[in-house]
Design a protein around this ligand. Structure first.
Ligand SMILES: [Cu+2]
Length: 172
């Protein structure tokens, strides 16, 4: 009787185990999807859609701003004003002898991103709201500012933002 009960339990458990492992695979997949989604949101898309704006379309560019970055840990210009809705092409040049980058965001987002960079110094990141340039390199970033507010940009190479490599963006 005891043995019978045990085999019934085993039989009952078998499909449950199969189901559980199926669930596990599904759950794991979902987890990855979720993680990727959260990373994307954190990384930039949704945040920027809501705050500083969104990746711009080349056809809608109404202004080009030339930005230079240098080993003095300064952006030139370091203060910019745009109108809400404006799509801007940033033509960025690194005049230094070390890598620099220009990352758009709110100060909170930039600080958060900086903390991530500190944890993973070798992390390579590339996103629509940023441009990273090797010494002597030039590149561009097209961005649409969607709402009024006070925003920031910074170089998130370790030590650079701390040394003052930041700038202000005002959207009216
Ligand atoms: Cu820098």
């Amino acid at each position: 009787m005891k043995k019978n009960l045990l085999s019934i339990l085993l039989l009952a458990a078998a499909p449950a185990l199969a189901l559980a492992s199926g669930d596990h695979a599904g759950g794991h997949h979902e987890h990855q999807e979720k993680a990727r989604h959260e990373h994307g949101a954190h990384g930039h898309d949704e945040h920027h859609e809501a705050l500083i704006g969104r990746p711009g379309e080349r056809a809608k560019v109404t202004r080009t701003i030339r930005v230079s970055m240098a080993d003095t840990m300064r952006f030139e210009p370091a203060d910019m004003t745009f109108r809400a809705g404006e799509t801007v092409r940033f033509a960025v040049s690194n005049h230094g002898k070390i890598r620099h980058e220009m990352v758009l965001g709110t100060m909170d987002e930039l600080q958060e991103h900086l903390a991530m960079m500190r944890k993973n110094p070798n992390m390579h990141h590339q996103d629509a709201n940023m441009i990273s340039l090797a010494p002597g390199e030039s590149g561009e970033m097209i961005w649409q500012f969607t709402r009024p507010g006070n925003f920031d940009f910074a170089c998130l190479i370790p030590g650079h933002m701390e040394a003052g490599m930041t700038g202000k963006i005002t959207v009216r």
